[in-house]
Design a protein around this ligand. Structure first.
Ligand code: PLP
Length: 560
């Protein structure tokens, strides 16, 4: 008997080994070949990229441009710098005063352009971070400059700032007699819950203070009810900054239970079909605009490789396939509509793409200008305790959940969605924004400018058609023309729906003027041999050279 044991174990080990290998290979096949598809490797590589920067000489010729072009760039840069210094004097001064005291500010200002150019850009182009007023589609800074708002308060600003001011004022009046009491609910919640159930088509609602938190709760509940650990997210998708939904760069720890898979790919469906440890699939429908790529920040714009393209039917078909496999395998399908929620359709992405999820998160604009997020879900999935096992609970609370003032403002927001004029606005929303994007692209083509817009309704991204290392400069030319972007720059323009044709025409003229000026200043010069690949190779060589140099010169020390 004893002599048979090794044979028996080997006979057992071989099929188990083969099964594990097949599973591993299936998973590898479902990963996008880019670093975005390999968060752990990306994280490891990111740790080894050394800081280096271009001095004033290298800054203007990092693509080996001829002297005449370098001279034009330098002159344009200095002209813009003079304009910024004069125009944003007070806003920039106050920003400098608090800069060292606000960590968020230091972070966002460091990541607006590729790091090699960071110092000179921040020394010369500070428009500051303060604003004094908002009205219509514009923001006014402390120096009295009004700019069209293309940042959209990270997506919160859907109907225009005046609307949210009204929501907050009217909502506050509604709840004023209760005041900021937490624990007891204000009755406005009843209407809010009814409306959210109707919009989502789901049974129950929980309130949270941020999108990150609502997503966290969705995933936690999916794990609780399925008894499985893994969450699937798609390559490049943002779901807030909680560790499990942010594997890779940005998170100091690896997210062990997160599988980052390829969007719009059969191999992903195969993994979902065959594994038994997947609790949920998280979808951020914004990825339809740039599948398998991360949020396009200008700090990553080292060449013109930013890609985007929206194919509604293809993405809808993909969602239908995911829906089917999730039903088949008992996987919870979560739509994270924190960003796109009320932007695409009154019924959100579920209505827009015609696919139903098991859980949906909404946030941002839903709070009527105040911070909130909600999770809507199927009754069986939302329950936080078990009738048959009373001590097995899925805990979730939050001091400020269902704050009366937030509920009041949300109430106003939800009432607005029911008004006939709002319903009419949504009826041809997509056509309006597609036509505006088309018109701007037509102008850009007519002027021979190497810039194009790709849009998902009112969410736009700027792509670049000729290889260049300086595309990120466009954000500063746009600001000089009175167009205000968020800190991620031209990767994301977010319009509010109160933009009239006249407003939009003004934005279009300014956009084209900014791009024209940037071209005339020589930033888009390229030789015949300049390609995105050659640019990336140059940057890689620089990084390796700096890494080697710093390894040779650094005194030996413990740790990394
Ligand atoms: C799709 C999505 N999910 C979650 C979040 C996180 O929301 P919050 O910033 O409110 O935590 C965001 C924020 O941009 C988001 O776009």
């Amino acid at each position: 008997m004893e002599t048979l044991t090794p044979y028996f174990l080997a006979a057992l080990a071989i099929p188990i080994g083969l099964w594990a290998l097949r599973r591993r290979l299936a998973l590898s096949g479902a990963k996008h070949p880019s670093l975005t598809g390999h968060p752990r490797i990306a994280q490891e590589i990111a740790r080894h990229v050394p800081f280096y920067e271009y001095d004033e000489t290298a800054f203007f010729r990092s693509d080996s441009a001829p002297e005449e072009v370098v001279r034009r760039r330098r002159a344009g840069f200095m002209r813009l710098s003079t304009l910024y210094t004069a125009r944003f004097a007070e806003t920039a001064r106050l920003t400098r005063e608090v800069f060292d005291d606000i960590s968020d500010l230091q972070f966002t200002s460091a990541y607006q352009v590729p790091f090699q150019y960071r110092r000179l850009v921040s020394e010369h182009f500070s428009a500051g971070v303060f604003a004094a007023a908002s009205a219509g589609t514009t923001l006014t800074d402390l120096d009295g400059n009004a700019a069209y708002d293309l940042a959209g308060s990270y997506g919160v600003n859907l109907f225009g700032y005046d609307f949210y001011k009204d929501c907050i004022r009217r909502g506050s009046e509604r709840v004023a007699s209760l005041g900021p009491v937490l624990g007891p609910y204000h009755p406005v919640i009843v209407h809010n819950v009814h409306r959210l159930r109707a919009i989502s088509g789901l049974d129950e609602v929980s309130f949270h203070m941020s999108g990150t938190e609502a997503v966290m709760q969705a995933v936690r509940l999916a794990r609780y009810h399925t008894g499985r650990r893994h969450l699937v997210r798609f390559c490049g998708a943002y779901h807030g900054w909680w560790g499990d939904v942010q594997p890779g760069v940005g998170n100091p720890l690896p997210a062990k239970d997160t599988l980052t898979l390829k969007d719009l790919d059969e191999a992903t469906l195969r993994v979902l079909k065959h594994r038994r440890d997947i609790a949920c699939v998280l979808i951020n429908p914004l990825q339809a605009l740039h599948p398998n790529a991360a949020a396009p920040s200008d700090s990553a714009l080292i060449d013109s490789g930013r890609r985007a393209g929206f194919d509604k039917e293809r993405y809808a078909e993909w969602l239908r396939q995911l829906r089917a496999v999730c039903i088949e395998r008992g996987i919870v399908l979560i739509f994270d509509e924190i960003f796109v929620g009320f932007r695409l359709a009154l019924g959100g992405a579920q209505e827009y793409f015609g696919v139903k999820a098991d859980m949906v998160t909404y946030g941002k604009t839903l709070g009527g200008g105040l911070p909130v997020a909600v999770l809507c879900g199927r009754k069986d999935l939302m329950r936080r305790f078990r009738d048959d096992r009373p001590t097995d609970i899925c805990f979730a609370r939050g001091t400020f959940n269902s704050h009366p003032y937030v509920m009041g403002a949300m109430h106003e927001f939800l009432l607005h969605l029911e008004r006939p004029e709002t319903i009419a606005l949504y009826a041809n929303l997509e056509a309006v924004w597609n036509e505006r994007a088309r018109r701007l692209n037509e102008h850009l083509v007519a002027e021979g400018l190497p810039v194009r817009i790709v849009n998902l309704s009112s969410i736009w991204t700027v792509c670049y058609t000729t290889p260049s290392r300086y595309n990120w400069m466009l954000q500063y030319y746009l600001r000089a023309e009175g167009l205000a972007l968020s800190w991620i720059g031209t990767g994301r323009l977010i319009f509010s729906l109160n933009y009239t044709e006249a407003d939009f025409d003004a934005v279009m003229d300014r956009f084209v003027a900014a791009a024209r000026e940037m071209r005339d200043d020589g930033w888009w010069w390229g030789s015949d041999s300049t390609t995105n690949r050659s640019i990336r190779r140059t940057v890689l060589h620089e990084i390796v050279a700096h890494r080697v140099r710093s390894a040779l010169t650094r005194p030996a020390r413990a740790g990394r």
